[in-house]
Design a protein around this ligand. Structure first.
Ligand code: ADP
Ligand code: TRP
Length: 319
């Protein structure tokens, strides 16, 4: 079973991204053959700054590698290092009706939010279909907003196969219904656009400031506190085991400590949790040549499969 996923390169990552997506993807390496890439071509639809795009691609690669993406076991590369996908994108464009693209929610949402309508944004799902179909992907784990794109890839593959025979594998999306939303420091969904994040690889001082800024009620040291409604406790649930949580519940129920103490316990757990990754991350950040070699190795593995598939496709269509 081949599992494929593309990741938009965005610079900073927070613990919501980690528990909601990155951790699951790293774990998917045990469920099947994982193909994961940094969606650099897709990022061009939103980032039009050379230095920023380069930085984002590099940092996203480093973050995934530091967090446990295994380049030997899985295939991990940068999308634009395998150009075959653009050839398939053009071929598939001729099997994609305008109506199908016009129905895409993501395009409608983005243009409604004032993002300029251009052809890249409009045809984004066709490139995504090419990503999926060129690697004969069976399963595509995605967030809810991307399900429609995987369905479009399936529709495009059906149209193509209808004309040329059974050449493209029909993919299926996989949505993890139980992914719970990680709350931010204000209790709303943690999101970089709400300014309520706790960064994964922020400076020690910066992360401390974010944790100490978590909003709580105004109970005093001597009050008994309710852990079930507390944002600090909700975040602790991500980092503590059952025993540690029981102890923490005791502390909430016993007068004498304040939210500041609970926040410091959370901070310790966050630092402890990400510490092993921080070292590897620092190492990779300081060794861009090593990162490039890993990505080149991944691109080579991916290209081998993509070019073999393109040969079959070119032959089928008469090129
Ligand atoms: P942001 O909301 O900060 O802009 P993105 O939209 O870039 O984050 O999300 C990247 C990935 O991280 C997506 O797969 C998304 O589902 C996941 N994610 C983001 N925020 C959270 C959260 N608060 N809880 C769980 N998962 C999240
Ligand atoms: N569009 C996806 C996102 O924004 C990223 C992506 C590009 C992707 N190509 C893909 C995801 C192929 C899965 C499969 O998150």
């Amino acid at each position: 079973m081949r599992i494929l996923s593309g990741i938009q390169p965005s610079g900073t990552i927070h613990i919501g991204n980690y528990f909601g997506m990155i951790k699951k993807m790293i774990e998917a390496q045990n469920d099947g053959e994982l193909f994961a890439f940094i969606a650099s071509y897709h990022a061009l639809t939103s980032v039009k700054d050379k230095a920023l795009l380069e930085k984002n691609i590099f940092e996203a690669s480093v973050n995934f590698l530091a967090l446990g993406m295994d380049p030997e076991k899985s295939t991990f590369w940068v999308q634009s290092d395998v150009k075959e996908v653009l050839e398939l994108y053009w071929i598939l464009s001729n099997h994609t009706s305008m109506g199908l693209l016009e129905r895409a929610h993501s395009y409608k949402d983005k243009t409604a939010r004032g993002i300029g309508a251009n052809h890249g944004l409009f045809s984004y799902p066709v490139l995504m279909a090419a990503d999926i179909l060129i690697y004969d992907s069976n399963i595509v784990p995605v967030g809810k907003d991307q399900i429609q794109h995987v369905e479009m890839a399936r529709d495009i593959a059906i149209s193509f196969n209808h004309v040329y025979g059974d050449i493209l594998v029909l993919p299926e999306s996989k949505v993890d219904e139980e992914v719970s939303t990680v709350p931010g420091t204000d209790g709303a969904k943690m999101s970089k656009s709400y300014g309520n994040t706790i960064d994964m690889f922020g400076s020690k001082k910066g992360v401390k400031k974010q944790v100490m800024g978590i909003i709580t009620d105004s109970k005093e040291l001597d009050d008994v506190k309710d852990h079930t409604t507390c944002n600090v406790y909700k975040l602790c649930e991500l980092f503590m085991n059952e025993n540690e949580l029981k102890q923490l519940q005791q502390r909430y129920a016993t007068p004498g400590e304040g939210y500041g103490h609970f926040k410091l316990s959370l901070l310790d757990k966050i630092n402890e949790h990400f510490e092993p990754y921080t070292k590897r991350r620092e190492h990779l950040l300081n060794n861009p040549k090593e990162v490039k070699e890993i990505l080149d190795f991944g691109a080579k593995k991916a290209r081998k499969i993509a070019s073999a598939k393109m040969e079959i496709i070119r032959n089928a269509v008469g090129l």
